[in-house]
Ligand binder design. Structure first.
Ligand code: KIV
Ligand code: ZN
Length: 386
């Protein structure tokens, strides 16, 4: 059975770059955009053109160099934003305008001081106006996570009636539980008139650490686009991490969902974004963290040395990591020491290994991690090796 395509909409250069300390200049944005295109994302959200002349320029420059992906620019439901975005996107082969408005009661009351009726009207007008410039218009219902499903369905109907091709359902504040977010998508699939004309998109924030789980629940319940960033960078606790949703769908083939992402590029682009933004992923970050394929406890090391599959659900090569690491610490066992010693040219007999291992433990209790130079020293100074 052929798999359903889930589009990957990357917003590293827009939502990701909004983060304090993550600001990128035009040159940096171009380098990342080129790599995103090679990675195989379907959409690159290049920026928010009306926000500054520099961002306008960057969106236009990205439009010029991107060969395959759709290039998207964000706007508010404001005519001038939309007009400016359409100008910035003139360089793109496949331009998309991403426009929208807050739909939750708190946004309607405190941000806009308006009514639901007015929001419906503004949503319709914004999409209609964007459609006068480009064919591909995505509508976002900001804070959809805290918007009642009934009202959200009405907003989506307005956006579709005005010509929206994609409906973005953001959990802007990262509030939803996975079951709740999944049910929201299901409700919209079942209740929005004309829903077959548009695809639903998940855009989840990570305030409760649920962005990835929510996005996956979204596609299980019928969404066909995920909005995400490399390394999960983004406002506050970040956005859904691209590398996580891509690998979840790959490692669970029975879901019958495919992203078409060239996964061997994941580690490289993660490193690139970390270097360019100057913000580094925590070591235990799933898929791309420095410990994601490192084994340090004796029991795990013994298993992995016998067969990688005992403790690894992903082949590191599939995400562009050369090989798993066997890290030597005081929790490591003989198998790991023998393995690392062999890698640097020592084929120890059982007797030699027993003796060297005792020296190793004394050394390892004093030092966090034992490197190749330490191994040389431990072996060369042991009695049975002389
Ligand atoms: O989180 C959000 O709601 C957004 C929208 C502007 C799409 O980033
Ligand atoms: Zn967002």
């Amino acid at each position: 059975m052929s798999k359903d395509k889930v589009q990957i909409f990357d917003t590293t250069l827009r939502d990701g770059e909004q983060v304090p300390g993550c600001k990128l200049n035009k040159g940096q944005k171009l380098v990342i955009a080129e790599r995103l295109d090679t990675l195989g994302v379907d959409v690159i959200e290049a920026g928010f053109p009306v926000s500054s002349p520099g961002d306008f320029e960057a969106v236009a420059a990205i439009g010029r160099i991107v060969k395959n992906a759709t290039v998207c620019g964000l706007t508010r439901a404001v005519e001038n934003d939309i007009k400016v975005a359409s100008e910035a996107l003139k360089t793109a082969k496949r331009p998309r305008i991403h426009t929208g408005i807050g739909t939750s009661d708190s946004h309607i009351k405190y941000k806009f001081n308006t009514t639901r009726e007015e929001v419906l009207e503004r949503a319709f007008k914004a999409v209609k106006y964007a459609k006068s410039f480009v064919e591909d218009v995505e509508f976002y219902a900001e804070d959809a996570g805290r918007t009642s499903n009934e009202f959200l369905a009405k907003v989506c109907e307005q956006a579709i009636a005005a010509g929206a091709t994609v409906l973005n359902i953001p959990d802007t504040t990262g509030y939803c539980l996975p079951s709740e977010y999944g049910q929201k998508i299901k409700y919209l699939k079942e209740h929005v008139k004309g829903i077959e004309k548009a695809i639903l998109s998940c855009h989840c924030h990570n305030d409760l650490g649920l962005a990835t789980a929510n996005s996956i629940e979204g596609v299980i319940h019928g969404a066909r686009q995920i909005e995400c960033t490399i390394n999960g960078v983004g406002e506050r606790a970040g956005n859904t991490a691209l590398e996580e949703v891509v690998m979840i769908l790959k490692q669970h083939p029975y879901l019958n969902l495919d992203t078409g992402i060239n996964t061997k590029e994941l580690y490289g682009i993660s490193q690139l974004v970390q270097e360019q933004m100057g913000v580094f992923a925590q070591p235990n970050k799933a898929i791309i963290g420095s410990n994601a394929f490192a084994h340090s406890s004796g029991i795990h090391q013994d298993g992995v040395i016998k067969n990688r599959e005992t403790y690894e659900i992903i082949d590191p090569k599939d995400v562009g990591v050369t090989e798993s690491a066997i890290v030597l610490t005081a929790r490591s066992g003989r198998a790991a020491l023998a393995y690392r010693a062999k890698n640097i040219g020592y084929d120890l007999t059982k007797l030699q290994l027993d003796d060297v291992y005792q020296n190793f433990l004394v050394f390892a209790d004093r030092k966090k991690e034992i490197n190749d130079t330490d191994i040389h020293q431990i072996i060369e100074t042991s009695n049975v090796y002389q």
